[in-house]
Each structure stands twice: as structure tokens, then as C-alpha cells.
Design a protein around this ligand. Structure first.
Ligand SMILES: C[S@@+](CC[C@H](N)C(=O)[O-])C[C@H]1O[C@@H](n2cnc3c(N)ncnc32)[C@H](O)[C@@H]1O
Length: 327
């Protein structure tokens, strides 16, 4: 195992299970964002993706399919051990070994928060069946969930709308994300590098500056790079010597906090109807919509936050109207 410390962050060349055991104490990590090897014969990936392999580092180490279950049980047990109470884990997975990952998660105290679908516009082309154009992103957390970070307005204020009047915040928080894979012709990359946009979105919602983020399978160090750019602390592991040696040079040249200046600034306090009178029609509509959201499984707080954005009113005002309507 090789441990490199740079600007307060830790990068480990070695197996993530042994590395976690040796280097990370119980309940010390705020967030894990990781993308384990897919167990589909990493060496053949270029055949599916029809890309020029001469720019792909031959450093990707895959896991044989018949070992995938034990492999998943081992690393997911470590992930569960190192997360703080309320800490969250995002796992990116294809469907091939989704079962093994979900099975391993169920052997831990972690609970499911969301099952996201990451849809990418250019799928794997097939003629005799449908075209695969998504990954799964499993979001689990260590209870109690009240301690979990979820920065509701980190990207869009509740009151922000698109040209058709639809809530941007709502749309950004739907559980199907359409994000392009990175197209970087002529640039050296790891197999299956995640797009920076995806990592930034995860980090914005589920972490704050200074939080400790871990990636057990760094590959192209994309999680690490996003963390440096957003001033999150980082610890991560990569088994491949070749990938590690290439990326550690790149990472040492990055400027901390640089991505923060590029983030969109959400408008958070434009509740323009605050204090205004309610029409009877709006009161009835609010009650109906509130009841619908509660029936759909939202907690009172979540429903109020959503409706506050829609009606451009404070939550206190909504509560008052709802209380009167329910009597
Ligand atoms: C799917 S890739 C990660 C890609 C990464 N998220 C990115 O955006 O570049 C999985 C990585 O895990 C590495 N790996 C495989 N087994 C490992 C292990 N036991 N410990 C640490 N890394 C491992 C592989 O070499 C590969 O680089």
C-alpha cells in the first residue's frame, strides 16, 4: 500500500478494503461517492463503447463475475463502518451486478434513501434489443436520517421557474438525471470516468465545504478532483499502479476551491407572494395539493417546502391556511 498526502487529502494506492481497515476509523466519513468495477471484463469495455482505446489508461482492474458477491460484501461492510451517523453513500452501478450490491447493502445498517437513474444520451448501440442508456445510482444512509446533509436549495431556489413556469428545483431533484458522459478526444482517461457534472451535483446536495468525502475506487480520480474544486476534504483508494501514478500528478496541479466560483448561484429568498391575501380558490387548491403530496409519501416538511416554492409564500403562511382548511 502506498499512501500519498497532498494538501490535507489522502490518496492510497492499494486495495480499498485493506486500506479502509488500516487508515479509516469507525464513523468518521461524511459522504462516500463511488463507482466500483463493473465485473463485466473491463478489458473488453472498448468493444461496447466503440472508442479509441489508445487514450484509455490500461490500468482498470476488474473483478471476476464469480467473485462479485464476496467482493461487494467486503467493501460495502467497510463503507458502512466508516460512515458517520447520517452519513450517505452514492454507489454508481450498471445493472449486471446491481443485485449483488443491493444484497450487500442489506447486510448493513444502511437504509435506502433513493434509487436514482442516471440516463446518458448516447447508449450502447444494439440492433436486436433495446439500447442500454442508463446507470443506477444507489443512495443509502446510515441512520438517523435526520442527521443527513441535504442542501435543498444548493442549486436552484424553490421559487425559480423555467420559461414554462415549471419549478427548476423540483426538476433538478427528480430521480432520473440526464447528464452527458464526458467527451474528451485526445485526452488520457481512465475507463468509465464519471462526468464532473454528476459528481458536482452529488457533492452540492449531500455535503458541505470541509466535509470528509471518500471514494473507494478512484479510477480517474474524478471524485477527488470535484472535491478539491469544491473544498471538500478527501480520502480515496485505487488498486491500479498505472492509473494511480498518472492521476496523482494531475491532482497535484489542481487549484483548491476553483469549481466554487463556477457554480450557479440559486435565488433563495424571492417569496414574492409573502404577506399577500389568499383567494378562496387558492386555499382550496393548496389543501388539495398538500393532501396529494402527503398521500404520495412526502413528509409534512418536504410537502411544505415544495408548496412554498410553488406559491411563493413562506411555510408559516401555508401552515396557517392548511390548518384552517382542515378544520
Ligand atoms: C469504474 S472504475 C472507477 C471510475 C471512477 N469513478 C472515475 O470516474 O474515473 C473502478 C476502479 O476501481 C479500481 N479497483 C478495482 N478493484 C479495486 C480495489 N479492490 N480497491 C481499489 N480500487 C480498485 C479499478 O482499477 C478501477 O480504476
Amino acid at each position: 500500500m502506498q499512501v500519498v498526502k497532498l494538501a490535507g487529502n489522502t490518496y492510497v494506492r492499494g486495495d480499498c478494503v485493506a486500506g479502509c481497515q488500516a487508515l479509516i476509523q469507525d464513523e468518521t466519513v461524511d459522504l462516500i461517492v463511488t463507482d466500483p468495477p463493473y465485473g463485466i471484463g473491463g478489458g473488453a469495455l472498448h468493444k461496447h463503447y466503440n472508442r479509441d482505446e489508445k487514450f484509455v489508461l490500461d490500468g482498470y482492474i476488474d473483478v471476476p463475475a464469480d467473485q462479485y458477491q464476496d467482493f461487494s460484501l467486503a467493501w460495502i461492510a467497510q463503507a458502512a463502518r466508516i460512515l458517520k451517523p447520517g452519513g450517505q453513500i452514492y454507489i454508481v452501478s450498471g445493472y449486471t451486478h446491481l443485485y449483488e450490491i443491493m444484497h450487500a447493502l442489506r447486510q448493513t445498517p444502511l437504509v435506502e434513501v433513493n434509487h436514482l437513474v442516471w440516463k446518458y444520451p448516447f447508449g450502447v448501440y444494439t440492433r436486436r434489443k433495446f439500447i442500454t442508456s442508463h446507470y443506477h445510482i444507489l443512495l443509502y444512509a446510515r441512520p438517523p436520517l435526520e442527521k443527513s446533509t441535504f442542501n435543498l436549495c444548493s442549486r436552484f431556489g424553490l421559487e425559480e421557474r423555467d420559461a414554462d413556469g415549471r419549478s427548476l428545483n423540483y426538476r433538478d431533484r427528480e430521480d432520473v438525471w440526464t447528464i452527458n458522459r464526458r467527451y474528451q478526444p485526445g485526452k488520457i482517461k481512465n475507463k468509465n470516468e464519471l462526468p464532473q457534472e454528476l459528481l458536482v451535483k452529488i457533492l452540492q446536495y449531500s455535503s458541505s465545504e470541509g466535509d470528509l468525502v471518500c471514494d473507494l475506487f478512484m479510477g480517474g480520480f474524478t471524485t477527488a478532483k470535484a472535491c478539491i474544486g469544491l473544498n471538500r476534504r478527501f480520502i480515496g483508494f485505487e488498486l491500479s499502479q498505472r492509473a494511480f501514478e498518472h492521476q496523482i500528478v494531475e491532482i497535484s496541479q489542481l487549484e483548491p476551491g476553483k469549481l466554487l466560483t463556477k457554480l450557479r448561484k440559486p435565488a433563495t429568498d424571492r417569496l414574492t407572494n409573502r404577506g399577500g391575501a389568499w383567494s378562496e380558490k387558492d386555499k382550496r387548491k393548496l389543501l388539495r395539493e398538500y393532501q396529494g403530496l402527503i398521500r404520495a409519501g412526502l413528509k409534512q416538511k418536504e410537502a411544505l417546502a415544495q408548496l412554498s416554492g410553488k406559491y411563493l409564500r413562506g411555510e408559516w403562511s401555508l401552515k396557517r391556511v392548511l390548518k384552517a382548511g382542515q378544520q
